[in-house]
Every structure is written in structure tokens, then in C-alpha cells.
Design a binder for this molecule. Structure first.
Ligand SMILES: Cc1ncc(COP(=O)(O)O)c(C=O)c1O
Length: 370
């Protein structure tokens, strides 16, 4: 049995008729960019998240870039972010000319609230939290820190659609929530897509202007903007998927519960993911942590032999990437982050995963001995 780390086709076939009907509807409409499908999706997604406004964009990276731009964060400013994030979070900061200031993550891979204040300087303008793998950061503590120091709070929710902290959805804690609808995400499109959520009318307006060459009214350009528009086809298909979001999220949580219950790591060769108290994890990824790098390599090879695919999210932390060599960090700068990068492993987790497939993965992992 061949098992891939993710199966996006399963998500399509589960609601095939609805997707095909919507696609045809949009194709026949003769209107393809920024139209009624986008407006309707923005309205529905804002309601789902519990924020006042949503602005559809072309990608999650654009959402991050435009969020910091709309907040007026740029050259000379610092933004705090956890060092173990996906590199796009950091690019959203540096594309504006601002400097990322890295902080180590906690046990649940979120920004370590207890280490955040020490990173604040007089140049700090914002904190960026990334709800990595689908688990919210410690939003009570981080919210207090941002407030105490008068900092903007931005959330990278690319992996956390539907995740909540204290019953409140991610994407509503900060000044701006940034979402990706890349096909593999919990709410995935059939191409690229993204959005921001906010309760601030002026921010929503600014980002609407920025996404369309800096214009509110066609050919009357107020600022130098970008082309970052969600198209009608993706918006329509996203609305179909959004209407099933609760069952899709429950399905992933159920798969995670079975992994939690049935995986029996031998001799401490790997650990299961920790759950944060007061938080709802939506398991964009189910990430185990091997004892060390060598054990992870053996585990990957062992699973590969059985045709079980895995992914490392992420093998090179941004501060050690070639792209950010100019920041001047070296190996050892963030030992917890680097240790996680050496040990984390995402095992198969997707909507439509069958019981047989999961039992096969569990059997292989439980049979693995060093
Ligand atoms: C945490 C995180 N931030 C940002 C992004 C960027 O999103 P996109 O691929 O839509 O640009 C992604 C996904 O790729 C992500 O996982």
C-alpha cells in the first residue's frame, strides 16, 4: 500500500459534484477576477473566523507582505517572530524592509511567550505569531505583551484555519490575520490564494487598495500597489470547501486522536505532538519528534521502504537559509529551533485518509526499532 504524506485529490472527490458545478457556473459567468464570488467568499470567511472584514488576495505570502505594509512597518523597524517558522512568514517582514527578530519556540512550536519580552527593543513595532502545524500560539500571554508594549500583533494563520484559543478563532487576536489557501492547506483552493482578516475598517480598505495596483477606482491610482487578487474560480471553489469546513476539521482531528491513542513509540525513539491547554489544534500537520537526527533518518528510510511518505516541516530554519545569510546568524544561534529542525517529522495526515491507510502507518511506526 503506497501512502503519500498528503492526498489533495481526496479532498476534491469528496465533494466532486459541488466543485464541478461551481466551476462551470464561474466559467460560464464571463467574470473571472474580483466579482461576486470573491465578495461572497470574503463575507463567509469573515463570518467563519469571527472578524469584521476579510480581503481576498493571491497568496499567503501576499497577505503577510500587505499586512505589514498596511501597518506602516518598514525600514528601521523590527518584528518579533519565532525562529522555527516557514520562511514565508519572515519574507512578509523583510519584503517591507523591516528586520525579523527571532525568538525560540515553546514545546508546541509556537512563539515562546516567556522569551518574547526580552527581544523587544525601541525599534520593535510588531509581533508575528505563526500558529504552526494548526496549533494556536499562547495567545493570552502574547496578547498581553503586545498590549503592554504598544506593539501591533499579526497572526500567520496559513496553517490554522478553524483553530481556536480559549474558544476564539485564530485570525481574530491580532490587528491582522493572514491566511493562505494553497491547495495543501486545511482550507485549500485549487491553485494559489490568500486573505487577510481584520476588525479595522481602515486596514481592510488599505489592503483592498493595495491589492489592485493601489486603486480604489479603476485607473485612479493612489499609491504604488501590487496585483494580488483572488480570482472568481478559486473564490467559488473555496466557498464550496468552506461550507464543509466543520466536518473537514473534525475528520483531521479524529485522525490525530487515533494517532495519539494508537502510536506506541518504543524506547523513546520518537515523541507525539503536545497539545496546548485551552487551544483547539486543527492538525494541518501531525508532527512527531524523533529522538535525534540519526533516528529521524532511519525512521524516514524505514517508512520509505514500506512506501509511506513523510515530510520535514522544515529542515532549514530561516535564520540558516541562504536567503537570510545577510542577517549574520550562524549555526547555534537558536538551539531549540535548530534541534526541532533536526528532529521533526510530519507523518501522513489528510482529509479522506482511510482507516486501512492509517492502520498501515501506525503499524509501521510501532514496528520501527532504531
Ligand atoms: C506558515 C506559513 N506562512 C505563510 C505561507 C505562505 O502561503 P502561500 O504559499 O499561500 O504564499 C505558508 C504556506 O506556504 C505557511 O505555511
Amino acid at each position: 500500500m503506497k501512502i503519500m504524506p498528503n492526498r489533495m485529490d481526496r479532498g476534491f472527490f469528496a465533494y466532486q459534484e459541488e466543485f464541478e458545478q461551481k466551476a462551470l457556473e464561474v466559467l460560464r459567468s464571463g467574470w473571472y477576477v474580483l466579482g461576486k464570488e470573491v465578495s461572497s467568499f470574503e463575507e463567509n470567511f469573515a463570518a467563519y473566523v469571527g472578524s469584521k472584514y476579510c480581503v481576498g488576495l493571491a497568496s499567503g505570502l501576499d497577505a503577510l507582505y500587505l499586512a505589514f505594509r498596511a501597518l506602516g512597518i518598514g525600514t528601521g523597524d523590527e518584528v518579533i517572530v519565532h525562529a522555527n517558522t516557514y520562511i514565508a512568514s519572515v519574507m512578509g517582514i523583510t519584503m517591507n524592509g523591516a528586520t525579523p527578530v527571532f525568538v525560540e519556540p515553546d514545546e508546541c512550536y509556537g512563539l515562546d511567550a516567556s522569551k518574547t519580552e526580552a527581544a523587544i527593543t525601541d525599534k520593535t513595532k510588531a509581533i508575528l505569531v505563526v500558529h504552526l502545524y494548526g496549533q494556536p500560539c499562547q495567545m493570552d500571554e502574547i496578547g498581553k505583551i503586545a498590549k503592554r508594549h504598544g506593539l501591533k500583533l499579526v497572526e500567520d494563520c496559513a496553517q490554522s484555519h478553524g483553530a481556536a484559543f480559549g474558544g476564539r478563532m485564530t485570525g481574530t487576536f491580532g490587528d491582522i490575520g493572514c491566511f493562505s489557501f494553497y491547495p495543501s492547506k486545511n482550507l485549500g483552493a485549487f491553485g494559489d490564494g490568500g486573505a487577510i482578516t481584520t476588525d479595522d475598517e481602515e486596514i481592510a480598505k488599505q489592503i483592498r487598495i493595495l491589492r489592485n495596483y493601489g486603486s480604489e477606482k479603476r485607473y485612479y491610482n493612489q499609491v504604488v500597489g501590487v496585483n494580488s487578487r483572488l480570482d472568481e474560480l478559486q473564490a467559488g471553489l473555496l466557498s464550496v470547501r468552506l461550507s464543509h469546513m466543520e466536518e473537514l476539521t473534525r475528520e483531521k482531528q479524529h485522525i490525530a486522536e487515533l494517532y495519539d491513542k494508537l502510536l506506541k513509540p518504543k524506547d523513546g525513539l520518537f515523541e507525539l505532538p503536545e497539545r496546548r491547554e485551552n487551544a483547539t489544534h486543527v492538525f494541518h500537520q501531525y508532527v512527531i519528534r524523533a529522538k535525534d537526527k540519526e533516528t529521524r533518518e532511519k525512521l524516514i528510510a524505514y517508512l520509505n521502504e514500506r512506501e509511506i511518505g513523510t515530510i520535514i516541516h522544515y529542515p532549514i530554519p530561516p535564520h540558516l537559509s541562504q536567503a537570510y545569510a545577510y542577517l549574520g546568524y550562524e549555526k547555534g544561534s537558536f538551539p531549540i529551533t535548530e534541534d526541532y529542525a533536526d528532529r521533526v517529522l510530519s507523518i501522513p495526515m489528510y482529509n479522506g485518509m482511510t482507516e486501512e491507510e492509517q492502520a498501515f502507518v501506525i503499524g509501521a511506526l510501532n514496528a520501527f526499532v532504531g
